[in-house]
Design a protein around this ligand. Structure first.
Ligand code: BDR
Ligand code: CA
Length: 313
């Protein structure tokens, strides 16, 4: 099977970093056409820098990294330094990147790539707020028909929210953008908190990352050491949830995940529940299914895959 062509749209973030590393370590499965950055966990200036730091950590300086939108479509930017630290990538000490940032705007790269590649051959993988993706769809509606699939991290249903009681961070930051994406008619695979909160880095799993004994293994262990304090305090969980790597793991091994084809819509009106992913898990509406909403994963299989692949870098 040929590698799946993807664009990673991201706001690194320690868990974004691990998702990117997993993709970079898996060229037989994943062909990264480019990494597009968006404001989210931290402002754009830092997310684009962090994406380049991560590529260099993996020794993949030739990956194209683009900066995109620096604020949501219609709301003020909300960031998450309380989770990810001041830099967004707190934990390991990593050098400033030497590799260049591409000149093109991320949105133009997304549009041009979808127009240049054969229709139905490019998958979009958003790991942050959906501002770049929605902006590309609004600027060039013709590209929507050309997307193979969108596999994204965002939302939550049974788990509720992590930034408000009702909303998950990525969707909450730009609900209008999420609404555009969920109404696009493109098939979407959603990794909500319901599944990502089961992808927990326990001490044993983090020891396995550290035991790889490479700069990548050590950096991933240090990132999760930092990132876990938030979830341990908040949820009393065993360790950090690796939200975003669920996206890239799904591309490699979809059988690790289980979900349902359902309708998912985004709340954009009520301030109380802004950004909620209204997931019709029980099929109580007659709204058309638009997403594979994932609810469970084989956590041991996921961590074996991750550890085995990260050891390649
Ligand atoms: C999502 O928000 C960010 O903090 C993480 O990187 C992840 O994409 C989890 O809610
Ligand atoms: Ca993210």
């Amino acid at each position: 099977m040929t590698a799946r062509k993807i664009i990673i749209d991201t706001d690194p973030g320690q868990d974004d970093a691990v998702a990117i590393l997993l993709a970079l370590a898996s060229p037989e499965d994943i062909d990264i056409l480019g990494i597009t950055c968006v404001a989210g966990n931290v402002p754009l200036e830092l997310t684009q820098k962090n994406a380049r730091i991560v590529c260099e950590l993996a020794g993949k300086n030739d990956v194209k990294v683009f900066a995109g939108c620096d604020r949501p479509l219609r709301r003020d930017l909300v960031t998450a330094e309380h989770v990810h630290g001041k830099t967004g990538l707190d934990g390991p000490i990593l050098p400033d990147p030497q590799m260049v940032l591409q000149d093109a705007h991320a949105v133009d790269f997304i549009i041009d790539t979808l127009r240049a590649e054969a229709p139905g051959t490019v998958t979009l993988c958003p790991l942050g707020p959906l501002t770049n993706i929605a902006t590309a769809f609004e600027k060039a509606p013709d590209i929507m028909d050309r997307v193979q699939e969108i596999v994204l991290m965002g939302g939550g249903y049974f788990e509720g929210g992590n930034i408000t009681p009702a909303a998950e961070f990525n969707i909450y930051v730009d609900p209008q953008a999420a609404d555009v994406v969920f109404k696009s008619g493109i098939h979407i695979v959603v990794m909500p908190l319901d599944v990502t909160h089961k992808a927990l880095v326990t001490k044993t799993r983090n020891d396995a990352f550290r035991a790889i004994g490479t700069p990548v293994g050590t950096a991933v262990a240090e990132m999760t050491d930092f990132f876990e304090r938030f979830d341990k305090e908040k949820y009393g969980s065993e360790g950090a949830p690796l939200h975003d790597p669920c996206v890239t793991a799904y591309l490699i091994s979809p059988n690790l995940f289980k979900g349902r084809h359902i309708n998912v819509e985004i709340e954009t009106q009520s301030e109380l529940t802004m950004g909620a992913t209204v997931a019709d898990w029980w099929g109580v509406s007659d709204r058309k299914p638009n997403a594979l909403f994932i609810g469970d994963l084989d956590a041991d299989g996921f961590f074996s895959l991750l550890t085995e692949r990260l050891a390649r870098l």
